[in-house]
Write a protein of this length. Structure first.
Length: 136
């Protein structure tokens, strides 16, 4: 969303409705994101049983598999922090005048899109790790 819609919303034609459009799309997109995460975790759990000898002995799992699982956990945590804390906090801050915001609040506003971009990069890393897992 941040790579496609945000640049479009910066056009003059959307100036008046930018905040409402973005918040509406973000809430709808959030449902798709979390449904996808649930589906990926569910199917990944099933596939995990075919990749390892024993679920009770993770020390015997390939390193790349452990790395992928750690990256998935970080991505889920990052997405949860953004969706349920940072995003709503920034949305509230954006309703206030820039003059009324503290330097910490300004930092949160600048940090929010970078959290989303980091999540995208992490998702691509997870995809590469998935390919590596298949090849081990």
């Amino acid at each position: 969303m941040s790579l496609v819609l945000v640049p479009v919303f910066k056009c003059e034609g959307f100036a008046g409705e930018r905040r409402v459009l973005f918040q509406t799309l973000a809430l709808r997109f959030r449902v798709v994101v979390w449904a996808s995460i649930i589906a990926l975790v569910a199917t990944g759990s099933i596939l995990l049983t075919s990749r390892v000898a024993s679920l009770a002995e993770p020390e015997g799992w390939p390193f790349v598999l452990k790395l992928k699982l750690a990256a998935v956990a970080v991505l889920i945590s990052l997405t949860a922090v953004h969706d349920f804390w940072l995003g709503p906090k920034v949305a509230g801050l954006m309703r206030r005048s820039p003059v009324d915001r503290s330097s910490t609040e300004q930092t949160l506003i600048r940090l929010s899109p970078w959290i989303v971009r980091l999540g995208l990069i992490l998702a691509l890393v997870i995809l590469l790790l998935a390919v590596a897992v298949v090849r081990t």
